[in-house]
Design a protein around this ligand. Structure first.
Ligand SMILES: [Zn+2]
Length: 174
């Protein structure tokens, strides 16, 4: 199957997302399951979840699907799954690759999630100047990512079961 259809609260079709993203939206109570794929399940340790074919958002949202997702610090953390781009540990801060004091902007491609230690260590330098290597390249969220970000993926993926995080790739480029 290609994807799960997302309906607005008004039943207006909005977009499609991957079935795994759809499961996350349902688990986070952002959406309700309207139709499941017959006989298909995501198998989990504790429970099996039906694979959504159609979900409907619980609250009406205006989402700029065709536009770029607006940049935000929280959005960067969600995109990078709260993992430090330099060491992979839990990240709570956002690092500007080209520091703002040197003209670097608040853009998706200039920012990565970073742990406080690495953010402090890098300081007012570029990664190259600091001799720090990026484990992941920052990317512009896709329209499907924008949906997840716009819905406010509150809390970290760490609050979800590990198997589900692995299967959903919450912030990955779908
Ligand atoms: Zn780090």
């Amino acid at each position: 199957m290609s994807g799960t259809l997302v309906l607005n609260a008004s039943y207006e079709p909005l977009s499609t997302v991957s079935p795994r993203r759809a499961v996350v939206l349902v688990l986070r109570r952002k959406a309700e399951l309207e139709h499941a794929v017959p006989g298909a399940y995501f198998r989990g340790a504790a429970l099996d979840l039906p694979v959504p074919q159609v979900i409907r958002l619980r609250r009406f949202v205006k989402v700029p699907f065709r536009q770029q997702a607006p940049w935000s610090r929280r959005g960067v953390l969600v995109r990078d799954r709260h993992r430090c781009a330099f060491c992979g540990r839990r990240a709570s801060t956002v690092d500007h690759l080209v520091p703002r004091s040197r003209g670097g902007g608040d853009t998706w491609l200039n920012t990565v999630a970073a742990c406080a230690d690495d953010n402090r260590r890098k300081a007012n330098r570029t990664p190259a100047e600091a001799g720090m290597r990026l484990l992941v390249e920052p990317f512009q969220p896709t329209p499907a990512d924008a949906l997840v970000l716009a819905l406010g993926a509150q809390g970290s993926p760490a609050s979800l079961p590990e198997w589900l995080v692995a299967r959903t790739g919450m912030a990955g480029a779908a």
